[in-house]
Design a binder for this molecule. Structure first.
Ligand code: SAH
Ligand code: SF4
Length: 332
């Protein structure tokens, strides 16, 4: 475990010594996880959302995308493909969509738990703590809820009318419920600077997370941020490398946003401290409508092909795709 003070973190964030930082992060990743990379299959089951995050294409005000919801049967078919292709985790992700009631998702979780031996991760946004408690009882193992930025001001600006402290309270509650909890931030939203990234690194580390997802901002033409600049890949790599040094046992994905900008940058992230890849296996007819940001959608048809492509990405940089459930190695 490395200890770094604010000044040292700031120097790395400013790019003072990338080579050293990336080598240290690669060593730390290998010390904890060896050459293995965990795979998580993501099923994006609904693109309906009642929120208006200014950066995201699923925001309710976007009338240009066609909205879909997957039925219980379609979701279960996708999960079956996850197990058949030997992947240890499924991530159920959606917009904040209350059409899926507490009971609906609870039954779905129970059904997955009874049929398949895989870990279940929820990424369904700002639902009630009582709902998350119920889903935990039904068998959900993990939750992802990104804080998006460590700046309260930027949070209010980009997620109006949501409040930073509510999101934070939810993250803490999920931990208390016994979930493995993931959070993270977006790199390079307008108004963010290098100091924001230093703050993000310190803030995310203080949260003592099991998973930390950090990726560059990608402007979506169907949002108010359409004409803004794209987030920096380099900076994103620096932030995840620093997070690896400060959170050695955490699962840190090489995010899909990297791959949307430049597939090579995602491979590079696996050699700079990241240890997880999260291919989307959303059914092909809907995949292109899960348009959080552009460039996200693979044209491969089947779950088997998508998963094989992810395995090949891992192999192409000399690492080993793992079929395990990939629990966090953070010491509790
Ligand atoms: N509705 C849920 C989960 C789906 S959104 C939620 O908001 O928690 C999943 C993630 O997509 C968000 O946490 C955000 O970090 C990311 N995201 C949204 N728009 C983005 C963009 N334009 N560029 C990069 N990441 C984005
Ligand atoms: Fe909805 Fe999540 Fe997108 Fe915000 S980031 S608009 S909550 S899908």
């Amino acid at each position: 475990m490395h200890t770094l003070n604010r000044k040292e973190i700031a120097a790395y964030i400013a790019g003072k010594n990338d080579q050293e930082l990336f080598a240290l992060a690669a060593d730390e990743k290998e010390r904890i996880f060896g050459k293995e990379i965990y795979l998580r299959a993501v099923v994006e089951f609904s693109n309906h959302c009642n929120k208006r995050c200014r950066y995201c294409g699923l925001r309710s005000a976007n009338s240009e995308i066609s909205r879909y919801r997957l039925s219980r049967e379609t979701i279960l078919d996708a999960v079956q493909a996850v197990e058949e292709n030997n992947i240890g985790t499924v991530v159920l992700q959606s917009g904040d969509d209350f059409w899926y009631t507490t009971e609906y998702l609870g039954e779905l979780i129970k059904e997955i738990r009874s049929r398949y031996d895989i870990a279940i991760t929820l990424s369904v946004g700002d639902r009630g703590i009582d709902e998350y408690a119920f889903w935990r009882k039904c068998g959900a193992d993990r939750c992802l809820l990104k804080i998006e930025t460590s700046s309260q001001e930027l949070y209010s600006q980009y997620r109006t009318p949501e409040v930073f402290s509510d999101r934070l309270r939810r993250i803490e509650a999920l931990k208390a419920l016994g979930y493995e909890v993931g959070s993270g931030t977006i790199i390079g939203l307008p108004g963010m600077d290098l100091e924001t990234s230093v703050n993000d690194v310190l803030f995310l580390t203080e949260l003592e997370l099991d998973m930390i997802a950090v990726g560059p901002f990608i402007p979506n033409p169907q949002t108010p941020l359409a004409n803004e600049a794209v987030g920096s890949i380099e900076l994103s790599h620096r932030v995840t490398a620093l997070l690896r040094l400060l959170n050695p046992g955490a699962n840190i994905p090489a995010t899909s946003a990297l791959s949307a900008l430049d597939p090579e940058s995602q491979q590079q992230a696996l050699l700079r401290g990241c240890n997880v890849l999260m291919p989307s296996i959303t059914p092909q007819e809907h995949r292109s409508n899960y348009k959080i940001y552009p460039g996200k959608n693979s044209t491969l048809a089947t779950a088997a092909e998508l998963i094989e492509a992810a395995r090949n990405t891992v192999r192409s940089v000399g690492l080993i795709p793992s079929s395990s459930k990939g629990f966090s190695k953070r010491r509790k």
